[in-house]
Design a protein around this ligand. Structure first.
Ligand SMILES: Cc1cc2nc3c(=O)[nH]c(=O)nc-3n(C[C@H](O)[C@H](O)[C@H](O)COP(=O)(O)O)c2cc1C
Length: 397
């Protein structure tokens, strides 16, 4: 073999040269930067609408649909997110026991709250800014709720005004408010809500401070510039990392609001029996046991752990609702067994709306309701009246 032939035989073939270039590009930090930093968990491809089996199936689709900051705003909890995790862990500490013998088709989940008939004890928790999740926002959520005969609680910080949401469908609505210290704005908001047909008012008292450490690097939250302690006359600076508008709540707030509210008034954010008793002393008509889905005070208990204490303190005088961490029908059943009258879904409904708009929100509600019927049939409870402490064994740490 001559010199030139030898050089050719030792040199790169065209195929080797292309393979070399491809490996270089694959390892290049430039291409790496294009990769999705949040791969779709266990899924190798997007599941389609008809493949949604449980509520968790909706979350990765929602995450893929929206900018990361919008996903994060829904997902995150306060500080170390201990309470966020504990809300879910708590369901592992409650076993369902009992005996079958009931066909799910014969299960009746209907109930009554404040004189209104409801086909199911599952409701929608108030959650803010739903147009960030899908252009239909609260209008789509209300239509989905109406189709499934679900009562929806509209957030104080909704993307659409309450009357507009009420116009979108004719299902039952409640109205949630973060009360202001000056009573006039409360009066105006409550009047507008009543005029538009709100069946009840929910006064949220728990979100005193919210601090999502995981979002510190994010300069836009929910698609808008991050608000860090804006110094305005209405929102003066304070050392507590949250606007002053929510720092003043006292029990007497309910005394001030009560005369303005002609419909039932509920307190949202109660986690102790003593807190529930205070509410009753101050004219509250219903309690929502909630830690804001792990977005209020971190290192507090899960709501499921404290539910029985609150129910006992209330002693049947007013309805007790619960939220925070509920994703499955079996979760709902556990809360009903521990004494809740109804259960509200927060993130679960946002995942549905964010994944597929109105049909997604509807499907989430259908799935959890079907799961509840299935779980009730499995423990042998044909109606809500047949659910009691005997169908659960608790093992809270
Ligand atoms: C993104 C987001 C926004 C929320 N906005 C409000 C709100 O405006 N008013 C309110 O009372 N609660 C709000 N909450 C709390 C919910 O009403 C509810 O307590 C919580 O979502 C229940 O926990 P879950 O998301 O695990 O179901 C919000 C929760 C989330 C996740």
């Amino acid at each position: 073999m001559g010199k030139i032939e030898q050089a050719w035989s030792r040199g790169f073939s065209r195929r080797e040269a292309l393979a070399g270039l491809a490996s270089f590009l694959a390892a290049s930090p430039l291409l790496h930067a294009q990769r999705d930093p949040w791969p779709l968990g266990p899924h190798r491809r997007f599941l389609g609408f008809d493949e949604m089996r449980d509520v968790f199936d909706f979350e990765p689709i929602f995450r893929a649909n929206v900018p990361l900051s919008i996903y994060d705003y829904t997902a995150h909890g306060t500080e170390s997110e201990f309470t966020l995790r504990r809300n879910r862990d708590a369901f592992d500490w409650v076993q369902l026991v009992g005996g079958g013998g009931v066909d799910p088709a014969d299960v009746d989940t209907s109930t009554e709250l404040f004189g209104h008939q409801m086909p199911s004890p599952i409701m929608l928790a108030p959650t803010s800014r739903q147009r960030d999740l899908h252009p239909d926002g609260e209008l789509g959520m209300h239509r989905a709720a109406t189709t499934t005969s679900t009562t929806m609680i509209v957030s104080n910080s909704s993307s659409f005004q309450f009357p507009e949401i009420a116009e979108a469908a004719d299902g039952p609505l409640w109205y949630q408010r973060y009360a202001t210290r000056q009573m006039d704005p409360n009066r105006e908001a409550l009047d507008a809500g009543l005029e538009a047909g709100a069946q009840a008012f929910v006064v949220t008292i728990d979100q005193q401070a919210s601090y999502y450490e995981r979002d510190l690097h994010v300069r836009h939250l929910g698609g808008r510039p991050r608000q860090v302690q804006r110094r305005t006359p209405r929102n003066p600076p304070n050392p507590y990392r949250v606007g002053a508008s929510r720092l003043w709540y006292e029990w007497t707030l309910f005394d001030d609001l009560r005369p303005m509210i002609e419909v039932p008034m509920l307190a949202k954010g109660i986690l102790t029996g003593d807190g529930a008793k205070k509410c009753l002393e101050h004219g509250v008509d219903g309690i929502i046991v909630s830690n804001h889905g792990g977005r209020a005070l971190d290192y507090g208990p899960s709501t499921l752990e404290v539910l029985a204490e609150v129910v006992e303190a209330v002693g049947g005088r007013v309805p007790v609702l619960i939220d925070s961490g509920f994703r499955r029908g079996a979760d709902v059943l556990k809360a009903l067994a521990l004494g809740a009258d109804a259960v509200c879904l927060g993130r679960a409904s946002r995942w549905g709306l964010g994944a597929f708009g109105e049909p997604g929100a509807q499907k989430v509600l259908e799935i959890v309701n079907a799961e509840l019927k299935q779980a009730m049939a499995s423990v042998g409870a044909a109606s809500l009246a047949a659910i009691d402490r005997h169908i659960v064994k608790t093992n809270f740490p």
